[in-house]
Design a protein. Structure first.
Length: 251
Protein backbone atom coordinates (compact mmCIF):
# COMPACT_ATOMS: atom_id res chain seq x y z
CA UNK A 1 0.00 0.00 0.00
CA UNK A 2 1.41 3.39 -0.95
CA UNK A 3 0.45 6.96 -0.07
CA UNK A 4 -0.94 7.16 -3.62
CA UNK A 5 -3.57 4.51 -2.81
CA UNK A 6 -4.75 6.75 0.01
CA UNK A 7 -4.59 9.98 -2.01
CA UNK A 8 -6.40 8.73 -5.12
CA UNK A 9 -9.46 7.48 -3.25
CA UNK A 10 -9.40 10.07 -0.48
CA UNK A 11 -9.62 12.80 -3.13
CA UNK A 12 -12.98 11.44 -4.31
CA UNK A 13 -14.26 9.85 -1.10
CA UNK A 14 -17.02 12.36 -0.31
CA UNK A 15 -18.36 12.39 -3.89
CA UNK A 16 -18.07 8.62 -4.15
CA UNK A 17 -20.19 8.25 -1.02
CA UNK A 18 -22.73 10.77 -2.28
CA UNK A 19 -23.03 9.61 -5.89
CA UNK A 20 -22.03 5.93 -5.95
CA UNK A 21 -22.03 4.74 -2.34
CA UNK A 22 -25.32 2.83 -2.39
CA UNK A 23 -25.68 1.94 -6.06
CA UNK A 24 -24.46 -1.65 -5.54
CA UNK A 25 -26.83 -2.34 -2.64
CA UNK A 26 -28.66 -5.07 -4.59
CA UNK A 27 -25.35 -6.96 -5.00
CA UNK A 28 -24.57 -6.42 -1.31
CA UNK A 29 -27.96 -7.84 -0.31
CA UNK A 30 -27.46 -10.85 -2.60
CA UNK A 31 -24.01 -11.61 -1.13
CA UNK A 32 -25.21 -11.16 2.46
CA UNK A 33 -28.02 -13.65 1.78
CA UNK A 34 -25.77 -16.10 -0.09
CA UNK A 35 -23.21 -16.03 2.73
CA UNK A 36 -25.91 -16.48 5.39
CA UNK A 37 -24.78 -13.44 7.38
CA UNK A 38 -26.85 -13.20 10.56
CA UNK A 39 -26.65 -12.26 14.24
CA UNK A 40 -23.14 -12.72 15.54
CA UNK A 41 -21.49 -13.42 12.14
CA UNK A 42 -18.01 -11.86 12.07
CA UNK A 43 -17.77 -10.08 8.71
CA UNK A 44 -14.76 -8.25 7.23
CA UNK A 45 -15.29 -5.97 4.20
CA UNK A 46 -12.03 -5.36 2.29
CA UNK A 47 -11.89 -2.03 0.47
CA UNK A 48 -14.96 -1.05 2.47
CA UNK A 49 -15.15 2.43 0.94
CA UNK A 50 -17.84 4.53 2.57
CA UNK A 51 -19.15 1.66 4.71
CA UNK A 52 -22.50 0.76 3.14
CA UNK A 53 -22.00 -3.01 3.50
CA UNK A 54 -20.90 -2.58 7.11
CA UNK A 55 -24.06 -0.65 7.94
CA UNK A 56 -26.13 -3.45 6.37
CA UNK A 57 -24.46 -6.25 8.33
CA UNK A 58 -24.66 -4.21 11.53
CA UNK A 59 -28.42 -3.90 11.03
CA UNK A 60 -28.57 -7.71 10.91
CA UNK A 61 -26.77 -8.02 14.25
CA UNK A 62 -23.50 -9.17 12.68
CA UNK A 63 -20.12 -7.91 13.92
CA UNK A 64 -18.62 -5.78 11.15
CA UNK A 65 -14.98 -4.94 10.43
CA UNK A 66 -13.62 -3.02 7.48
CA UNK A 67 -10.35 -1.95 5.95
CA UNK A 68 -9.44 0.51 3.22
CA UNK A 69 -6.24 2.29 2.10
CA UNK A 70 -8.14 5.60 1.94
CA UNK A 71 -8.30 7.37 5.30
CA UNK A 72 -11.14 9.62 4.11
CA UNK A 73 -13.19 6.61 3.02
CA UNK A 74 -12.58 5.12 6.48
CA UNK A 75 -13.76 8.33 8.16
CA UNK A 76 -17.02 8.24 6.19
CA UNK A 77 -17.43 4.51 6.91
CA UNK A 78 -16.88 5.22 10.62
CA UNK A 79 -19.76 7.69 10.62
CA UNK A 80 -22.02 5.27 8.72
CA UNK A 81 -21.15 2.16 10.75
CA UNK A 82 -19.93 3.42 14.14
CA UNK A 83 -19.83 -0.05 15.74
CA UNK A 84 -17.54 -1.50 13.05
CA UNK A 85 -13.84 -2.14 13.73
CA UNK A 86 -12.24 -0.06 10.96
CA UNK A 87 -8.52 -0.30 10.23
CA UNK A 88 -6.29 1.35 7.65
CA UNK A 89 -5.04 -1.39 5.31
CA UNK A 90 -5.31 -3.08 1.94
CA UNK A 91 -6.22 -6.44 0.46
CA UNK A 92 -2.57 -7.43 0.05
CA UNK A 93 -1.85 -7.17 3.78
CA UNK A 94 -4.84 -7.32 6.09
CA UNK A 95 -4.30 -5.94 9.59
CA UNK A 96 -5.91 -8.91 11.37
CA UNK A 97 -4.60 -12.30 12.52
CA UNK A 98 -5.49 -15.56 10.79
CA UNK A 99 -8.98 -17.05 11.16
CA UNK A 100 -10.56 -13.91 12.64
CA UNK A 101 -13.76 -13.88 10.52
CA UNK A 102 -16.62 -16.09 9.37
CA UNK A 103 -17.13 -14.14 6.12
CA UNK A 104 -14.78 -11.84 4.16
CA UNK A 105 -16.15 -9.70 1.33
CA UNK A 106 -14.58 -7.48 -1.32
CA UNK A 107 -16.93 -5.33 -3.41
CA UNK A 108 -15.52 -3.51 -6.39
CA UNK A 109 -12.11 -3.38 -4.71
CA UNK A 110 -10.07 -6.53 -5.37
CA UNK A 111 -9.17 -5.31 -8.87
CA UNK A 112 -7.07 -2.56 -7.27
CA UNK A 113 -4.73 -5.07 -5.60
CA UNK A 114 -1.31 -5.45 -7.23
CA UNK A 115 -1.90 -9.19 -7.61
CA UNK A 116 -5.45 -10.47 -7.24
CA UNK A 117 -4.39 -14.11 -6.61
CA UNK A 118 -2.16 -13.03 -3.72
CA UNK A 119 -4.87 -10.74 -2.40
CA UNK A 120 -7.39 -13.61 -2.48
CA UNK A 121 -4.95 -15.76 -0.49
CA UNK A 122 -4.79 -12.96 2.08
CA UNK A 123 -8.61 -12.77 2.26
CA UNK A 124 -8.70 -16.56 2.76
CA UNK A 125 -6.03 -16.35 5.51
CA UNK A 126 -8.25 -14.28 7.81
CA UNK A 127 -11.33 -16.53 7.41
CA UNK A 128 -11.93 -19.47 9.73
CA UNK A 129 -11.31 -22.88 8.11
CA UNK A 130 -14.49 -23.66 6.18
CA UNK A 131 -15.47 -19.96 6.19
CA UNK A 132 -16.66 -17.90 3.22
CA UNK A 133 -15.00 -15.41 0.90
CA UNK A 134 -17.20 -13.32 -1.42
CA UNK A 135 -15.98 -11.12 -4.27
CA UNK A 136 -18.22 -8.86 -6.33
CA UNK A 137 -17.36 -6.63 -9.27
CA UNK A 138 -18.79 -4.80 -12.24
CA UNK A 139 -19.85 -7.26 -14.94
CA UNK A 140 -18.44 -6.96 -18.47
CA UNK A 141 -18.89 -3.63 -20.19
CA UNK A 142 -21.52 -4.78 -22.69
CA UNK A 143 -23.95 -5.37 -19.79
CA UNK A 144 -23.63 -1.81 -18.51
CA UNK A 145 -25.37 1.30 -19.83
CA UNK A 146 -22.46 3.23 -18.33
CA UNK A 147 -20.31 1.67 -21.05
CA UNK A 148 -22.15 3.68 -23.73
CA UNK A 149 -21.00 6.88 -22.04
CA UNK A 150 -17.47 5.65 -21.33
CA UNK A 151 -17.08 4.55 -24.95
CA UNK A 152 -18.21 7.99 -26.14
CA UNK A 153 -15.67 9.64 -23.82
CA UNK A 154 -12.89 7.36 -25.06
CA UNK A 155 -13.86 8.08 -28.71
CA UNK A 156 -13.84 11.82 -28.06
CA UNK A 157 -10.35 11.53 -26.55
CA UNK A 158 -9.12 9.32 -29.41
CA UNK A 159 -8.60 6.41 -27.00
CA UNK A 160 -9.71 2.81 -27.01
CA UNK A 161 -12.27 1.96 -24.30
CA UNK A 162 -10.61 0.21 -21.36
CA UNK A 163 -10.78 -3.58 -21.80
CA UNK A 164 -12.70 -5.70 -19.30
CA UNK A 165 -10.51 -6.96 -16.47
CA UNK A 166 -10.35 -10.66 -15.53
CA UNK A 167 -12.74 -10.24 -12.60
CA UNK A 168 -15.52 -8.73 -14.73
CA UNK A 169 -16.05 -11.33 -17.44
CA UNK A 170 -18.28 -14.41 -17.17
CA UNK A 171 -16.34 -17.15 -15.34
CA UNK A 172 -13.67 -14.75 -14.05
CA UNK A 173 -14.58 -14.89 -10.37
CA UNK A 174 -15.10 -18.65 -10.55
CA UNK A 175 -11.58 -19.04 -12.02
CA UNK A 176 -10.11 -16.78 -9.34
CA UNK A 177 -11.54 -19.01 -6.61
CA UNK A 178 -10.63 -22.27 -8.35
CA UNK A 179 -7.02 -21.07 -8.79
CA UNK A 180 -6.94 -20.12 -5.12
CA UNK A 181 -8.15 -23.55 -3.99
CA UNK A 182 -11.54 -22.35 -2.70
CA UNK A 183 -14.74 -24.26 -3.36
CA UNK A 184 -17.43 -22.29 -5.17
CA UNK A 185 -20.75 -22.10 -3.29
CA UNK A 186 -22.69 -19.71 -5.51
CA UNK A 187 -22.20 -17.16 -8.26
CA UNK A 188 -24.69 -14.89 -10.01
CA UNK A 189 -25.31 -11.73 -11.96
CA UNK A 190 -27.18 -8.87 -10.23
CA UNK A 191 -28.69 -5.72 -11.73
CA UNK A 192 -27.27 -2.56 -10.14
CA UNK A 193 -29.07 0.49 -11.52
CA UNK A 194 -27.49 3.93 -11.13
CA UNK A 195 -29.65 7.02 -11.17
CA UNK A 196 -28.91 10.72 -11.46
CA UNK A 197 -31.68 13.26 -10.83
CA UNK A 198 -30.30 15.86 -13.30
CA UNK A 199 -27.56 16.71 -15.81
CA UNK A 200 -25.11 18.06 -13.24
CA UNK A 201 -25.27 14.96 -11.07
CA UNK A 202 -24.89 12.73 -14.12
CA UNK A 203 -21.76 14.58 -15.22
CA UNK A 204 -20.26 14.64 -11.71
CA UNK A 205 -20.91 10.94 -11.27
CA UNK A 206 -19.60 9.77 -14.63
CA UNK A 207 -16.55 12.04 -14.43
CA UNK A 208 -15.80 11.41 -10.75
CA UNK A 209 -12.28 12.65 -10.01
CA UNK A 210 -12.06 15.07 -12.97
CA UNK A 211 -11.28 18.70 -12.22
CA UNK A 212 -13.69 21.51 -13.13
CA UNK A 213 -12.10 22.16 -16.57
CA UNK A 214 -12.14 18.48 -17.45
CA UNK A 215 -15.80 18.27 -16.52
CA UNK A 216 -16.69 21.29 -18.65
CA UNK A 217 -14.78 19.87 -21.65
CA UNK A 218 -16.46 16.46 -21.46
CA UNK A 219 -19.93 17.60 -20.38
CA UNK A 220 -21.48 17.72 -23.87
CA UNK A 221 -20.11 14.27 -24.74
CA UNK A 222 -21.55 12.78 -21.54
CA UNK A 223 -24.97 14.38 -22.03
CA UNK A 224 -25.22 13.32 -25.68
CA UNK A 225 -24.22 9.74 -24.93
CA UNK A 226 -26.61 9.55 -21.97
CA UNK A 227 -29.65 10.73 -23.96
CA UNK A 228 -31.07 7.17 -24.37
CA UNK A 229 -31.12 6.78 -20.59
CA UNK A 230 -33.00 10.00 -19.87
CA UNK A 231 -36.16 9.64 -17.78
CA UNK A 232 -39.38 11.66 -18.09
CA UNK A 233 -38.50 13.87 -15.12
CA UNK A 234 -35.18 15.09 -16.54
CA UNK A 235 -33.06 12.54 -14.68
CA UNK A 236 -31.18 9.45 -15.90
CA UNK A 237 -31.51 5.74 -15.20
CA UNK A 238 -28.58 3.53 -16.18
CA UNK A 239 -29.03 -0.22 -15.98
CA UNK A 240 -25.76 -1.92 -15.03
CA UNK A 241 -24.74 -5.30 -13.69
CA UNK A 242 -22.42 -6.76 -11.06
CA UNK A 243 -21.21 -10.34 -10.80
CA UNK A 244 -20.54 -11.99 -7.47
CA UNK A 245 -19.19 -15.31 -6.32
CA UNK A 246 -19.07 -16.84 -2.84
CA UNK A 247 -16.61 -19.64 -2.06
CA UNK A 248 -15.59 -21.73 0.96
CA UNK A 249 -12.09 -22.17 2.27
CA UNK A 250 -10.84 -25.66 3.11
CA UNK A 251 -12.33 -26.90 6.40
C1 LIG B 1 -14.80 1.58 -6.23
S1 LIG B 1 -14.54 1.84 -4.53
C2 LIG B 1 -15.62 0.64 -3.81
C3 LIG B 1 -15.88 0.89 -2.37
C4 LIG B 1 -16.85 -0.10 -1.71
N1 LIG B 1 -16.30 -1.43 -1.62
C5 LIG B 1 -18.15 -0.12 -2.46
O1 LIG B 1 -18.52 -1.19 -2.98
O2 LIG B 1 -18.83 0.90 -2.53
C6 LIG B 1 -12.94 1.06 -4.39
C7 LIG B 1 -12.41 1.01 -2.96
O3 LIG B 1 -11.26 0.15 -2.95
C8 LIG B 1 -10.27 0.74 -2.17
N2 LIG B 1 -8.96 0.18 -2.56
C9 LIG B 1 -8.07 0.66 -3.45
N3 LIG B 1 -6.98 -0.13 -3.50
C10 LIG B 1 -7.21 -1.14 -2.63
C11 LIG B 1 -6.47 -2.28 -2.20
N4 LIG B 1 -5.26 -2.55 -2.71
N5 LIG B 1 -7.00 -3.09 -1.26
C12 LIG B 1 -8.22 -2.85 -0.75
N6 LIG B 1 -8.98 -1.79 -1.10
C13 LIG B 1 -8.49 -0.95 -2.03
C14 LIG B 1 -10.42 2.23 -2.42
O4 LIG B 1 -9.81 3.02 -1.46
C15 LIG B 1 -11.93 2.38 -2.48
O5 LIG B 1 -12.47 2.65 -1.20
Amino acid sequence: MTDDDDEVWSAVAAEWAELWGDFADSARRAVIAAAGVSTGSRVLDVGCGSGELLAMVDALGAVGSGTDPSRRMLAIARARAPRADLRHGCAESLPWPAHAFDVVTAFNSLQFAEDTDEALAELARVVVPGGLVAVSNWAERELNDLDTIETALADAAGDEPRPDGDLRVAGGLERLFADGGLELERSALVTVPWEAPDDDTLVRGVLLGEDRDGMERARATVLAAAAPFRTGDGGYHLSNAFRYAVARTAG
